[in-house]
Structure formats: structure tokens, C-alpha cells
Design a protein around this ligand. Structure first.
Ligand code: XIL
Length: 564
């Protein structure tokens, strides 16, 4: 019998593989101990001698300002660097919980089969099953990809500890508490996913400890396998973008925004990333609402994963972003803080985040989008502006410089690529900061563009004409977030036009040594902020790899630019 053995296999990286199969039903020796895997990269959790202690972070996606009445969407942490489960046939998953004594008990354990797609304004929920204790109720919740949720609830008598067992037998899934059956339902399809990732969570103000978590197969035919998650590490593709740039345009990093869930959950995504790009920008993981979800409490796991991945693969990291008026948690945007307290909060935030990645993050978008969307005025609708007026910009740059004197500090802005009232204002802002001796190293030009019949994107010539004056101030410049939205028209003609457009901008950056990076805002249409939030199939088609990670004409056009 191969019961609960640990085998060491070598797959480029050392991995410990827990396999259990063909166990006698009651034979706990057949169980895999899931707490023996890594739980140290789970936000809100601390690994202690008595188990994994969880306290609620309230991590949530806050809707943008024009949807102020919409409540935030919970975005609980997932253990993407811990055990990955595969279940074939019947199984029992047993969790012993010590429940907090701070109010009615609350604990949630979720198994995700399909990871949520996270944007900072919305979230496709993925597919998961959750066991929850909430006061005097036990719950089983099935989250379907469609967004629908099924919830099964049963009253219980709360106790300080409880052993919950999730058992699948054939078509049936049951939840029992301390051996007593509580809920039964048809087994949801998510449990047949190739890989399942666990997550732990509770509400803000609550704590619990997961004292044990064991998985065992039930019956002859059943198999459960548990593997530790690993970070992909792949060398650059010899003829790929990153290798060509290293050879022919060494001043230029080839960058992209990166989303954490596909990075850790979709190896094909991670491989293309490492093969083709030399720099990553965390798309959302370093934004305030995610990395600083409670006053004074930081959640670094996702940003850490991106930085670790970049290091494994010899890539640089560009940090995004420190002082911005969006993606702010409600404790901050709706908190009743004095101007002095807000200064303190920003100073602490920058010192903590930049300090943590000192020497590992090459540059920062210290200030993001300081100007009104289409005008020359500074945006006033941020706590930072309210507390400090225009001075918040210098304040943030100085704080970042103190935390990491070697990091290159940027202001990042959109709709400033050509000469217009907004780029004039950005130019005056930069010139003024430099005149005051503020540590500003460069400007990021986002370059979010559309290609449709009734929209004329900025031309490379107009961009070249405008960027010159910033370079003449002694500043570095970067293309920071390029995408070329085709909406739903992915016709051959459009894809060719998109390719030519991408190429024109890269050629500009290739020929001007002050450009430090050419960075796109994601690389595959599968995970792109241009997707419709209400429809995973509404793609936008704005990036250089298609949803199946096949190179689009734009990719080939970029290669040709770099091959010269
Ligand atoms: C976008 C993210 O890509 C999305 O996931 C999110 O829903 C909205 O924000 N300018 C920026 C980026 O500086 O942070 C924005 O990122 C895109 C526009």
C-alpha cells in the first residue's frame, strides 16, 4: 500500500509529493497532512506551533469613486504557494479549528478550483467551495464560474473547537461537525478540478487557528495527490523580446504588468512571462487597498510572490504605485483622519512598502495619475491632496527616496503622450519639482490606446515631439502601460494595424536612450484589464499574446523592431 508516503521527485526543482491512495476508510495513516506544506505566504495568517493562526484582513476590491454606493467586493487571501490538491474519487478533508473567543466564531476554509481573475475594480469570482462557521451557523457555499452561488446552512451549537469534515462519496458531498452530519448536497464539479488551492479567511476583528488539516482518500479507487506549489523558472527565449532587447537595445527593459493569480496558478502564463520579458510591474498587488488593507497591517504575500518570481528569472521589478487617488481601502478613503494623520499614514506606507523591497525593486511609480483625466489641474479627490495640497507629490517622492535611495522614482500619467494642456501641466510639474531639488528620476507615459473606426490614437511622431522636452530636463522616460484596445474586432486587418502601432512606439523607445522601459499592461488577452468584467469572453484584444498565449502579429512586429 502506498499510504501517505512522501516521495521526493526532481523536476528541475526539488518537490515533495504527497500521494495517498487505496486506503482503508478509517485509516488515518493514509491521510496527507496539509499543514506540513507552506502556509507562510498567506496574507492574514501566521504559522505558529499550534497551527495556522488567521486574523481577518478585510481585503477587498473597492469600486471606483463614481460607484461610491457599491460595496467593496471581498478578495480573500489564497495560499498559492502552499499545498496544491488533486482529488480523484471519494475523499475526506478534515479540519480542526480552534475558534476565536472574540465574539461569535467565524472561520472560512475555501478550496479554489479556478482562481478568481482580480482586477482592482472588479473580480471574476472563479470556482470554489467554502466551509464556514459563522456564529451558530455552519455553511457550505459553492461558488460557480458564472458568478452564481449556492449556500447551504445548518444551525449548530458553537464550541471553542470543532472538527469539520468535508466528505465526498460518489455524487454526494457532506459536511459534518465533530462527527455529526450537518449538511449534504450534490458534489459540485469544482472538486474535480485538476488543481485545488486552499484559502483561509475570517472577518475583520475575528481570529481562528487551523490546528490540523488532513486529506485522505476513501475506498479502493480513490486517489488524492498533494504537491507543493513552485515558482516557475524559465530561461529567456533566444529569439524572444527580452533576449533581442538585451542584445540590440540594452538601455531598454521589456516589461509587462503581471497579475498574481495567473502567475502562481497558470504555469503557461508564467513561462511566457519569463521567456519574453525582462521587467514586471505588479498590476494590482502593490496598490494600497491590497497591500495595506487595514490600518497599520500590510499584506505582502502577493507582491512578494511577484518579486520572488522576478528574481528567480533574472527580471527587474517596477513598483506600482504609492501615492494615488484610486484603489484605496475604505478605512482610509472614508476614515476621519486629520491632515497630519494622513501625512503620517502616507509616510508610513511608503517607508514600509519601499523599505521592504529595498534593493529588489528597481523603480517606483511613486505618484500615479496626479492630474485630472483630461485637464491641466491636479486631481483633488485624493486623501493625499486633501491633506497636503500639491505638496503631497514632493512629500511622497522624498519619502520614497529616503526608503530606497537607489530606486528610480517616477510620476506615471496617462493622456500625456502628445502636446496638450495636460502634458504641458505635467511638464511644468516635473520642472518645478526638479528646480526644488525633489528626487524625481523619470516620467511614465501609460499609452493606453484604442484602435477603432472613430478613434485616432496618438502617433509615435507626436509622442516623440512631446517627450523630448521631458528628456531635456534630464529625466528618464518609460512607456509604462501600453495596450491597444481593439474591443471585439480582432479581424486580421485590425491585428495588423495593432502590430504596426505597437512597433512604431517600440521603435521610438529603441532609438532614444532616455527610454528605460517599454512596458505593456499585461501580455495575454486572457488576463487583461481590457476584458469586460461582466463577460469573461469579452476580451478587448489589446495585448500581444492571444487568450491561448499564442503570439499575435503585434508580438512578431515587436520582435522585428528589436532584431534591428
Ligand atoms: C488597472 C488594472 O489593470 C485593472 O486590474 C484595474 O481594474 C483598474 O486598474 N492606470 C494605472 C493602472 O495606473 O493602475 C490601471 O490598472 C490602469 C490605468
Amino acid at each position: 500500500m502506498r499510504n501517505g508516503i512522501g516521495v521526493t521527485v526532481v523536476l528541475g526543482v526539488m518537490a515533495v509529493l504527497g500521494i495517498a491512495g487505496r486506503a482503508g476508510a478509517a485509516d488515518d495513516a493514509a491521510a496527507v497532512d496539509l499543514l506540513a506544506y507552506d502556509w507562510s505566504h498567506l496574507d492574514g495568517a501566521v504559522v505558529a506551533a499550534d497551527g495556522v493562526r488567521v486574523s481577518g484582513l478585510g481585503r477587498a476590491i473597492v469600486p471606483p469613486a463614481d460607484m461610491a454606493d457599491t460595496p467593496p467586493t471581498a478578495n480573500p487571501p489564497i495560499n498559492l504557494r502552499g499545498p496544491v490538491l488533486t482529488l480523484a474519487g471519494d475523499f475526506a478533508l478534515t479540519a480542526r479549528l480552534r475558534l476565536g473567543t472574540d465574539g461569535p466564531p467565524q472561520a472560512r476554509l475555501t478550496l479554489y478550483g479556478r482562481l478568481p481573475v482580480i482586477q482592482d475594480e472588479w473580480r471574476q469570482p472563479g470556482e470554489a467551495v467554502t466551509l464556514a462557521v459563522k456564529g451558530d451557523m455552519l455553511r457550505l457555499v459553492v461558488q460557480h464560474v458564472s458568478g452564481e452561488r449556492e449556500t447551504y446552512t445548518q444551525a449548530w451549537r458553537p464550541a471553542d473547537s470543532v472538527t469539520l469534515a468535508l466528505v465526498r462519496r460518489g455524487e454526494r458531498l457532506t459536511l459534518s461537525a465533530n462527527g455529526e452530519p450537518m449538511i449534504a448536497m450534490p458534489a459540485p464539479p469544482v472538486l474535480a478540478s485538476k488543481r485545488l488551492w486552499p484559502g483561509l479567511d475570517t472577518d475583520v476583528g475575528h481570529t481562528f487557528t487551523l490546528e490540523s488539516l488532513r486529506l485522505r482518500p476513501l475506498g479502493e479507487a480513490a486517489r488524492v495527490a498533494v504537491t507543493p506549489a513552485t515558482l516557475v523558472s524559465t530561461p529567456p527565449a533566444p529569439g524572444g523580446l527580452r533576449a533581442l532587447a538585451a542584445r540590440n537595445a540594452p538601455h531598454l527593459a521589456i516589461g509587462t504588468a503581471v497579475a498574481t493569480n495567473p502567475l502562481l496558478g497558470d504555469p503557461a502564463y508564467a513561462r511566457v512571462l519569463a521567456r519574453e520579458f525582462s521587467m514586471v510591474t505588479p498590476e494590482n498587488a502593490m496598490k494600497f487597498q491590497f497591500i495595506h488593507p487595514r490600518p497599520g497591517r500590510y499584506a505582502f504575500a502577493e507582491a512578494d510572490a511577484i518579486v520572488d518570481f522576478a528574481e528567480h528569472n533574472g527580471m527587474a521589478v517596477h513598483g506600482h504605485t504609492l501615492a494615488w487617488g484610486e484603489a484605496l481601502p475604505r478605512w482610509l478613503s472614508r476614515g476621519d483622519y486629520s491632515d497630519g494623520e494622513l501625512r503620517e499614514i502616507l509616510a508610513d506606507h511608503i517607508a514600509t512598502v519601499v523599505g521592504r523591497y529595498k534593493g529588489r525593486v528597481a523603480g517606483w511609480d511613486v505618484v500615479n495619475e496626479p492630474l485630472e483625466p483630461f485637464g491641466p489641474e491636479l486631481r483633488r479627490d485624493s486623501p493625499w491632496y486633501r491633506a497636503m495640497g500639491a505638496d503631497y507629490i514632493a512629500f511622497a517622492l522624498r519619502a520614497a527616496h529616503r526608503a530606497d535611495p537607489d530606486a528610480a522614482l517616477y510620476i506615471n500619467e496617462f493622456a500625456c503622450e502628445e502636446r496638450n494642456a495636460k502634458s504641458d501641466a505635467l511638464y511644468r510639474l516635473a520642472r518645478g519639482l526638479l528646480a526644488d531639488g525633489v528626487p524625481l528620476d523619470g516620467i511614465g507615459f501609460q499609452l493606453h490606446e484604442d484602435l477603432t473606426d472613430d478613434y485616432r490614437p496618438v502617433t509615435a511622431a507626436a509622442f516623440r515631439d512631446n517627450v523630448r522636452r521631458f528628456i531635456d530636463l534630464g529625466l528618464a522616460v518609460r512607456i509604462s502601460e501600453m495596450d491597444v484596445n481593439l474591443h471585439d474586432d480582432a479581424s486580421t486587418a485590425r491585428l495588423q494595424q495593432q502590430a504596426a502601432y505597437y512597433a512604431s512606439m517600440l521603435a521610438l523607445a529603441r532609438d532614444i536612450p532616455a527610454f528605460t522601459a517599454f512596458s505593456t499592461w499585461g501580455f495575454t488577452d486572457r488576463y487583461s484589464s481590457l476584458q469586460d468584467w461582466w463577460n469573461p469572453d469579452g476580451l478587448g484584444n489589446g495585448l500581444i499574446f492571444d487568450p491561448a498565449l499564442r503570439a499575435k502579429p503585434a508580438y512578431d512586429a515587436l520582435r522585428r523592431v528589436l532584431a534591428r
